[in-house]
Design a protein around this ligand. Structure first.
Ligand SMILES: C[S@@+](CC[C@H](N)C(=O)[O-])C[C@H]1O[C@@H](n2cnc3c(N)ncnc32)[C@H](O)[C@@H]1O
Length: 307
């Protein structure tokens, strides 16, 4: 499957990213049939603002190729964790790419790492973690919600990622992560409403010395409780940060440009009225966003050393 390595052509069952415009990106599965709301098998047709697409027609097309729709065109792309985060079906709030980048960097996750995550939610972060730890590492992802664990398990299977991930249905605040993982994890990531209740359990499964933890929380009160608990359990280098991405737009604009010849002629008293000090020129430039990006959450990191 295309999540697990690149391939040239779309095969039956592949997850494909349909890119129409920057704000019209979709994920579709290249299968001929699907079930409608009544549970009846029907042709798998995907509707877009630029026309409908029969998913079976994608099979055999080259990844990256342009496809025609009745009112426009688009591109069919290989799925990546970044594109999956943009297009996945939301079953919960999810972690987005700017935070994911910081989490993977700060948790020092690399191929071969053993990582624990809770909760799994919609599997947005999980896909990026799996790519980072492949091919020799493993992700243990915990969620206490039955349907979410079943759904994400099927997604990992469909995406060819089952070998790198174990999905466990468990309340990590009540019972922790299980004795078999004691001392095995290089890193732990918590995206829970009450993360401070999972800190004592995290201490058991993290490698000592040097195991890293990250907790994502939208509210500062959650951060305060988590930091207090981390400190009580001997974590060090406790640090909280917020990642705010500023995305510039590249556009061609008419901009005033200083006319240096004018300044020279002005100095020489050479027809100063014929030229202007500034001229408008069409230039490729970057436009800063008119609004600041919204708050997603605080990331708290810490390291476990033997005390
Ligand atoms: C916000 S979602 C996680 C989203 C995920 N990080 C993503 O990027 O898709 C939080 C998840 O934590 C799970 N959860 C909450 N409390 C839990 C607990 N005590 N043990 C296990 N899972 C829990 C919820 O069921 C929910 O699916």
């Amino acid at each position: 499957m295309s999540f697990n390595g690149y391939k040239d052509k779309i095969e039956e069952g592949d997850r494909v990213i349909l890119y129409l415009t920057i704000s019209n990106v979709y994920s579709i599965q290249a299968v001929a049939k699907t079930l409608n709301k009544k549970g009846v098998e029907v042709d798998n047709v995907f509707q877009t603002p630029y026309g409908a697409i029969k998913c079976i027609d994608l099979i055999g097309k080259c990844y990256g190729s342009k496809i025609s729709l009745s009112k426009g065109w688009g591109y069919v792309l290989q799925p990546t964790p970044e594109l999956w985060t943009l297009t996945l079906p939301h079953r919960t709030q999810i972690i987005y790419t700017p935070d994911i980048s910081m989490i993977i960097l700060q948790l020092e996750i690399f191929p071969g790492s053993v990582v624990i995550e809770s909760g799994t939610g919609s599997g947005s972060l999980s896909h990026a973690l799996i790519r980072a730890i492949k091919p020799t590492g493993h992700l243990y992802t915990f969620d206490f919600h039955e349907v979410r664990t079943q759904t994400v398990l099927q997604e990992f299977k469909d995406h060819g990622l089952s070998d790198y991930v174990s999905v466990i249905k468990q309340d990590v605040c009540m019972v922790g992560f299980g004795e078999e993982l004691n001392g095995k994890a290089d890193a732990i990531f918590l995206d829970l409403p009450l993360p401070w209740k999972a800190i004592s359990h995290s201490v058991k499964v993290l490698k000592k010395p040097g195991g890293r933890i990250c907790s994502f929380s939208p509210c500062i009160e959650q951060v305060q409780k988590t930091c207090t608990e981390l400190s009580e359990w001997g974590f060090q280098e406790i640090e909280t940060m917020e990642v705010l991405q500023t995305q510039y737009s590249v556009q061609t604009k008419n901009l005033p440009v200083m006319n240096l010849d004018f300044l020279k002629t002005k100095r020489n008293n050479d027809n100063p009225d014929e030229k202007r000090e500034r001229e408008n020129k069409s230039m490729l430039t970057c436009i800063a966003p008119s609004q600041m990006p919204g708050h997603t959450g605080y990331l708290t990191f810490a390291t476990l050393y033997p005390t």
